[in-house]
Design a protein around this ligand. Structure first.
Ligand SMILES: [Zn+2]
Length: 146
């Protein structure tokens, strides 16, 4: 199999059996966003203890790329400190699935979960900390992602 085929298989697998799929009933923060162009719509729930993301799950519906990227992103994020989770960049997710050169029209499918994650983090910071400058920066990052 070529590299592209392997990545394709991974995306299909993740979309059939997404990782970290579900809800966290006693979450500390949750956020929802959608990508109307494709119909992707996801929520991310997080449990945060001592500034660390101890659990993260997503639910909703999306195309194969959206589901695969949400699976990869939640895997990357789980166990990270808020500080490190904030530093996750689009290529950290895209690179895992060989999607660095995705067409513009599909990039929103791939990055929706990262946008939701960043939005959830600034919501959490906004609710729990008095770091207005940090929060605004995250908010800006989330809205400028694509
Ligand atoms: Zn999509």
């Amino acid at each position: 199999m070529s590299g592209a085929d392997i990545y394709h298989e991974m995306i299909v697998d993740y979309s059939r059996n997404p990782i970290n799929y579900g809800k966290i009933e006693n979450h500390d923060v949750t956020f929802h966003d959608s990508n109307p162009l494709c119909g992707d719509s996801i929520d991310i729930d997080m449990k945060i203890d001592d500034d660390k993301v101890t659990d993260i799950k997503f639910h909703g519906k999306g195309c194969a790329i959206c589901m695969a990227c949400s699976s990869v992103l939640t895997e990357i994020t789980k166990g990270k400190s808020i500080e490190d989770a904030r530093k996750i960049e689009k290529n950290d997710v895209l690179g895992e699935l060989g999607l660095e050169h995705l067409q513009a029209v599909r990039i929103k499918c791939a990055l929706l979960s990262l946008k939701v994650l960043k939005s959830a983090l600034y919501t959490y910071l906004g609710n729990n900390m008095d770091e207005a400058q940090d929060r605004d920066k995250l908010k800006e990052e989330a809205s400028n992602l694509y």
